[in-house]
Ligand binder design. Structure first.
Ligand code: PMP
Ligand code: GLN
Length: 381
């Protein structure tokens, strides 16, 4: 076939959401909050629309939003990104990632990808003629083997993509991992693409180690962020990319012709909303409560899990309950238990059989309890 993406179909998120609808199942599959953003944030959008902020934004994003991000990142990660030359507002992290990959990758370049991996990375590499080189991790992995990572680097390796807190495993990288990555990236002059969309959703007192906070990384990193997860606005598709000025200049050449600029009234609203740090610092405790509620409620089902360290996903192993492949189990749970999840094999490039499902706990407490009860009843019937 002459398809440029012969192995790509409809994403697993779309398929499982559709199946959930078909069976009227509780949708713990696709990752998005069940609850709304705050009325305050909506009023800020209304205000910006009513004051005529409805035409094209500047190509790189409105300055107040770039300034607000710069201040927030300086406070949180101690690196100053200059709003003028180093921060670009994007159409979600998805566009930031695609544009960063396009800026970095030439035909034949190899890009190191840790799998399980979020589904947009590999198609973006391939559309640019790059070759993904996988570090395959068990979804319940405890640590990264940095010798293995080093052994995958060749003279053609151009970039490495990382994601912490991680979708789908819920793993969080520690300082040691970031230091190892920095050593490797410096030694081989690699570009780093760091997906940090879950930066504020991190549990049990852990601290998010941003690529921005490691100087040796920051100077070679496209840092991709999003407000979708942080403010319960996944439908607004507002994100950003931060990188040193020379990298940002290349990034903007592509961004300019991919989208030119992104929705103006939302940018003004978020710029204003960011002025109060509580709007994002409260998120970790909020989601930790949900994780704990869900995990306690499914404790007796026979699913085996380690509590998620970050993100709004909990992975569970059903190895004690079924021999079947995760896709079959996810479909059966949707149809018969009325609870949709994502089979974790869909985050791998190759056939794997870890017997792990991903549940999204960004849902109202009563939804999580109902889902757990339905799973419990199904398993013990
Ligand atoms: N990266 C990861 C790891 C994600 O989970 C998501 C959202 N599902 C994205 C990127 C995309 O973010 P956005 O919705 O802002 O495009
Ligand atoms: N990022 C979301 C998830 O992991 C889904 C986004 C999408 O549907 N593309 O579930």
């Amino acid at each position: 076939s002459d398809s440029k993406l012969p192995n790509v179909g409809t994403t697993i998120f779309t398929r499982m959401s559709r199946l959930a609808e078909e069976y009227q199942a509780i949708n713990l599959a696709q990752g998005f909050p069940e609850f709304d953003c705050t009325p305050e944030l909506k009023r800020m959008v209304e205000k910006s629309m009513n004051s005529g902020r409805n035409q094209y934004a500047p190509m790189a994003g409105i300055m107040p939003l770039r300034e607000a991000i710069s201040e927030k990142v300086l406070k949180s990660y101690y690196r100053q990104y200059h709003p003028e030359t180093e921060i670009t507002i994007t159409s979600g992290a998805t566009e930031a990632l695609y544009t960063a990959i396009t800026a970095a990758v030439r035909p034949g370049d190899e890009v190191i990808v840790f799998e399980p991996a979020y589904d947009s990375y590999v198609p973006a590499i391939e559309l640019n003629g790059g070759i993904p080189v996988f570090i395959t991790l068990d979804p319940q992995y405890q640590s990264i083997d940095w010798n293995e990572v080093g052994s995958k680097v060749t003279s053609r390796t151009k970039a490495v993509i990382i994601n912490t807190p991680h979708n789908p495993t819920g793993n969080v990288w520690m300082q040691a991992d970031m230091q190892q990555l920095a050593l490797l990236a410096e030694k081989h002059d690699l570009t780093v693409i760091s997906d940090e969309v879950y930066e504020h959703i991190i549990f049990d007192g852990r601290i998010h180690i941003s690529a921005a906070s490691v100087p040796a990384l920051a100077e070679r990193t496209f840092l991709c962020g999003s407000f979708g997860k942080t403010f319960h606005i996944t439908g607004w598709k507002i994100g950003y990319c931060m990188a040193p000025a020379a990298m940002t200049a290349e990034f903007r050449k592509i961004h300019q012709y991919l989208v030119f600029s992104v929705a103006t009234p939302f940018q003004y609203a978020i710029a204003e909303y960011l002025q109060n740090a509580e709007h994002y610092t409260a998120l970790a405790a909020f989601y930790q409560n949900k994780r704990d509620l869900f995990n306690e409620a499914i404790a007796g089902t026979g699913f085996v899990f380690r509590p998620s360290q970050g993100s709004f996903f909990q992975n569970v192993s059903y190895q004690n309950l079924s021999e079947d492949k995760d896709i079959a189990v996810a479909e059966r749970l949707t149809a018969e238990a009325g609870v949709a999840s994502i089979p974790v094999s869909s985050f791998y490039s190759k056939e794997v059989d870890y017997k792990v499902l991903r549940f999204c706990f960004a849902k109202n407490d009563d939804t999580l309890l109902r889902a757990a009860e339905q799973l419990y009843r199904f398993v013990w019937n």
